[in-house]
Design a protein around this ligand. Structure first.
Ligand SMILES: [Zn+2]
Length: 126
């Protein structure tokens, strides 16, 4: 989404996942799929039975339903976080990050880690 900056190909990809076959793709409409995704969320918020079935259907899967992923994507691109990232406002990683070094083996440890990955010595976190 950040690379393409266009929600349509992302939603189309999720539609293909939901449809399971390339044959029906030309029949599908990204805007309709998004409308279904929004309606799906509203329905779930209201119905306890739907929540139960959703829980049972997704408890053995590694990812949420494609329709839920489309809805989450839709919410994200219309929210402030996406626009902040595009405007260049996001947490920096890498050289800007403060690092600690292990007092025992002097190995560099990333900020926030509690133990040295080299020797296991507890690190003082400030
Ligand atoms: Zn160490």
């Amino acid at each position: 989404m950040l690379v393409m900056q266009d929600v349509r190909p992302c939603v189309t990809m999720l539609m293909k996942l939901a449809g399971g076959t390339k044959r029906h793709v030309e029949w599908l409409d990204a805007e309709q799929f998004l409308n279904q995704a929004r309606a799906y969320k509203e329905g779930l918020d209201q119905s306890m039975t739907d929540r139960f079935y959703r829980f049972m259907a997704t408890r053995t899967t590694t990812h949420p339903f494609p329709v839920e992923r489309a809805r989450a994507l839709d919410e994200w691109v219309t929210g402030p976080e996406y626009n902040n990232i595009l405007a260049g406002s996001y947490p920096a990683a890498g050289p800007m990050m403060k690092t600690n070094s292990c007092p025992t083996c002097k190995q560099t440890a990333e900020q926030g880690t509690k133990f040295c990955s080299g020797c296991g010595t507890p690190l003082v976190t400030h």
